[in-house]
Ligand binder design. Structure first.
Ligand SMILES: [Mn+2]
Length: 272
């Protein structure tokens, strides 16, 4: 069997589900596993998820993790603390406070060592946390896009010039917060045309997005849905269902009044 490359979606503290998924994959030391960020927050076992990814780096001798926006936030807390600033935990989401009770100094050091993307040269693919700005090389991407990007309008209609021009303010918004400004706002995946295939997590999708140049694999396990792995070279999805909803009903059918779904690409929707 050709050695596999396996990309896994957002863990968010779900250690048990991560182990179940690895068992289902019948992982071998020759497989290259890459997690796409967000190992912490909302789920129960944050430090153990970080250690799982870190340990895999030793086993496979190749990078296994990239930075997610949640790790980035915790690095921010840590740096503030090291600067001697008082952290006001009453203003922090309770899930961040819970994560901080589990993380050790070396976890923060590990976060700081994580890359923002990992290339998979054999498959002309790259793993990022959230996505990429179109028409720009991976090396030149802004960190905030790699960590947060969702819905964008890269070109705006300039009335004076009567033409579409690149947006100077490279803003990204949640699908539910698209401004009613007559511009062409779409999920970033609709603008990306390569050359690499971008594999990403971050945005919770109603099913995996498998398209020509974009692969979205966050199945919203932390909200009680699916933890997905994308397996190369087979290009197949292997999933396990979350053991429970760790998100307190913040997504999906429990709160239809607050959380809507938005079609983002083909027949795939995201919660926003
Ligand atoms: Mn994220």
């Amino acid at each position: 069997m050709t050695d596999r490359t396996i990309v896994i979606g957002d863990l968010h503290g779900m250690y048990n589900e991560a182990v179940l998924l690895l068992q289902k994959l019948q992982l071998t030391p020759n497989d290259w596993v890459i997690w796409c960020g967000d190992y912490v927050d909302r789920g129960p076992e944050n430090a153990k998820c970080c250690d799982l990814v870190r340990n895999r780096e030793q086993v496979q001798g190749k990078p296994a993790g990239i930075l997610g926006n949640h790790e980035d936030v915790h690095v921010g807390y840590r740096d503030a603390e090291l600067d001697g600033r008082q952290l006001d935990t009453s203003r922090m989401p309770p899930t961040h406070v819970a994560t901080r009770t589990q993380l050790q100094p070396d976890h923060y050091e590990w976060f700081k060592s994580l890359p923002l993307y990992i290339r998979i040269p054999d498959h002309n693919a790259v793993v990022v946390h959230a996505g990429v700005w179109p028409g720009r090389a991976i090396e030149d991407q802004r960190a905030r896009h790699l960590l947060h990007i969702q819905t964008i309008s890269p070109y705006v209609f300039d009335e004076d010039r009567n033409a579409l021009v690149p947006r100077t303010n490279e803003k990204s918004v949640w699908p539910s917060k698209v401004p009613d400004d007559g511009q062409d706002w779409r999920f970033w995946t609709q603008f990306w045309d390569g050359p690499e295939t971008v594999i990403f997590g971050h945005s919770v999708l109603t099913k995996p997005l498998i398209a020509d140049r974009v692969i979205g694999i966050d199945g919203g396990a932390v909200f009680g849905y699916d933890l997905h792995a994308y397996v190369l070279p087979e290009k197949k999805i292997v999933s396990v269902k979350a053991l429970r909803d760790y998100g307190g009903g913040r997504r999906g059918k429990d709160r239809p009044d607050e959380i809507q779904t938005f079609r983002i690409h083909d027949d795939v929707e995201t919660y926003s």
